[in-house]
Design a protein around this ligand. Structure first.
Ligand SMILES: [Fe+2]
Length: 615
């Protein structure tokens, strides 16, 4: 890629300053041309409050959860934001102090209490945070803001109001789940989290939450554990932030960053302990890859994959090809925990100091690992990978383990390709070409990068003193090319008259199509979701790989987009026309697209074939 731009002015600090919520949406000033087909609400989560009273939050993942929304409708754009009314936020604002311990910030007892009540507060235990700063995604017809604990928070995507807090432990055997689930085309949500397994040893459970229910019941009530991965250490599970999923397999990467359970439990009664205090690195285990089948829900214990140590937060994509599973990852080399370098004090350092710290941290690299599904004793010592397009290897050892060496897809000193996105609806679990990511320059996000994972070609969008967020890919209606679409990113531009803007990039060339600038500064959002608006239904891209099981209301997903829909379909001259209607049941619009045979995997019962345009 990638020239290393310097930031001596330190404008990036602006991303880590508290902002106030807005009373109402504010208009944005558009330059350039937003594609007429692009409409809906871009929702992004991130920290918005970095101190309470005189008490600062210390870690990048501690600030209180703020939900941002850009509405795109009829070529107009508005921006709105509100804090999520989590218990952590409400109690902090009520008591004007940090009340619930966050990832790297400890809550202390109320100094106004007498010494006896303070004593018992110490030993009552630390409450688990519900500060849902990390991501937002749909479950059934609802939207949940999430972090990585057992608490998720239902929000209204229109008003941004907080609706209710849900404790997943009431429904599932997990201690918490990641903020990066996979969502099948029918709306089924898969996720992973650690749990207590047999004999009080730790394990990792893959959970499944069904799509919207015909009887309108809450899908979470029908959630279940579908498969369990063992932990390589009995009382020290690895930190897990995401996982891979193909059509037929789950892939779990067990990294050497460990949660010391004993520290964790004792930390519950030690004043000043935080989640960060409970992490440690295993310097000898390397990294393990685990496989489980999706349909039969069984762990493949005979497939023991190992490689050298790295941190892993984000899977890019995972797919099956000719008897192999290809796993593309954003890695950080070594066992030292990358989060140790993400304290706000580090992120707010002068540029030279920030760079020095990044030099000590693990180095980023985008890697491809290839896991053979079939192996035979006589193949010991040989490279089992026969895919023509990769240099990744997998060698079977005499002890039955398979040692993996990766193919490096992208590497540059202190330049990370992170927060990866793909054309999710078209390519999740499929062979693909393009990944889109946020370029981190010594941990500071200062560019958007497109990576061709086959040729390793890169494209970059970068502008002086601009700090973008994760780019979200949205496909052009009727597109036949994988990268025919736009990327959406919220950019912070400190010091400008309009200090933040929604950036719309041509995903093919990574050139700017438009920006919608706001008079208020934004903060650094983490992850995002686009809900499509009824006002631009005619522009929706075709639905791919969707199974239409009935004509009832439901929820469909494509390219990270959730639609509340009612469905009907027509058949005309051998072409399938798909009609999509309704979002939040406010507006019905009928529109049709012709599907190409090779782009569709649709099963439609006869009884929903109706005349064109009917509901
Ligand atoms: Fe993440």
């Amino acid at each position: 890629m990638v020239s290393c731009v310097e930031h001596p002015a330190g404008g990036y600090r602006k991303m880590f300053e508290t902002v106030e919520e807005l009373n109402e949406p504010i208009p944005a000033q558009i330059t350039g041309v937003i594609p007429s087909w692009l409409g809906g609400s871009l929702l992004r989560m991130g920290p918005g409050l970095f101190e309470v009273g005189a008490e600062p939050f210390h870690h990048l993942f501690d600030g209180q959860a703020m939900l941002h929304k850009f509405d795109l409708k009829d070529s107009r754009v508005t921006y709105y934001r509100k804090f999520i009314r989590t218990d952590a936020y409400v109690r902090a604002m009520t008591e004007n102090r940090v009340v619930i311990t966050e990832f790297g910030t400890a809550a202390y007892p109320d100094p106004c209490k007498n010494i006896f009540s303070r004593f018992f507060t110490y030993f009552r235990g630390i409450e688990v945070t519900d500060n849902c700063i990390v991501n937002i995604y749909p479950i059934g017809e609802d939207f949940y803001a999430v972090t990585e604990t057992n608490f998720i928070t239902k929000v209204d995507p229109d008003s941004l109001e907080t609706l209710k807090k849900v404790d997943l432990c009431k429904y599932l055997s997990v201690n918490g789940v990641t903020a990066h689930p996979h969502i099948d085309t029918d709306g089924t949500v898969y996720n992973i989290g650690n749990c207590f397994g047999k004999n009080m040893s730790l394990a990792y459970n893959v959970i499944k939450i069904p799509p919207a229910q015909k009887d309108k019941s809450d899908p979470i009530e029908k959630s279940q554990v579908v498969v369990q991965f063992p932990s390589s250490e009995r009382l020290k599970p690895s930190y897990v932030h995401s996982f891979g999923m193909t059509d037929n397999y789950f892939v779990f990467v067990e990294q050497p960053v460990k949660i010391n359970l004993l520290k964790f439990l004792s930390g519950w009664s030690i004043r000043g302990a935080t989640y960060m205090d409970c992490f440690e690195s295993n310097e000898t285990m390397g990294t393990l890859f685990h496989l489980a089948t999706k349909d039969s829900e069984s762990y493949l214990s005979s497939h023991k994959f190992r490689t050298s140590a790295f941190n892993i937060f984000h899977h890019i994509n995972t797919y099956e090809d000719e008897g192999f599973i290809v796993v593309d990852l954003c890695t950080w080399k070594g066992h030292d925990f990358v989060y140790n370098y993400l304290y706000l004090a580090n992120m707010r350092e002068d540029w030279d100091e920030l760079k020095k710290a990044a030099m000590r941290a693990p180095q980023p690299e985008v890697r491809r690992y290839v896991l053979p599904l079939d192996m035979h004793r006589e193949d010991q010592g040989k490279n089992l990978v026969s895919l023509s397009y990769t240099t990744a290897t997998a060698v079977l050892h005499t002890d039955g383990t398979i040692w993996l060496e990766p193919e490096v897809l992208f590497s540059a000193p202190r330049q990370a390709f992170e927060f990866p996105q793909i054309n999710y609806s078209l390519c999740r679990g499929k062979k693909y070409s393009f990944a889109y990511g946020l370029g981190l320059n010594h941990f500071i996000p200062d560019k958007i990068v497109k990576l061709n994972v086959q040729t390793k070609q890169t494209w970059v969008w970068q502008e002086e003193e601009c700090y973008p967020s994760e780019p979200l890919f949205v496909q052009t209606p009727g597109a036949t090319e994988e990268d025919d679409g736009v990327l959406l990113s919220i950019v912070v531009r400190p010091g400008a008259e309009r200090p933040s803007f929604l950036l719309v990039l041509d995903a093919m060339k990574l050139t700017e199509l438009a920006r919608a600038e706001c008079r208020t500064v934004s903060v650094q959002p983490l992850n995002s979701l686009l809900t499509r608006d009824s006002g631009s239904l005619s522009s929706f891209p075709p639905l791919l790989s969707v199974t239409l099981s009935d004509s009832d209301s439901g929820c469909l997903f494509f390219q990270n987009v959730c639609l509340r829909t009612r469905l009907c379909a027509s058949k005309l001259d051998g072409c399938l026309l798909q009609c999509i209607m309704f979002r939040f049941d406010r507006l019905a619009v009928v529109t049709c697209w012709t599907f190409k045979e090779n782009l569709i995997n649709v099963s439609i019962p006869d009884d929903i074939w109706t005349t064109e345009g009917s509901q």
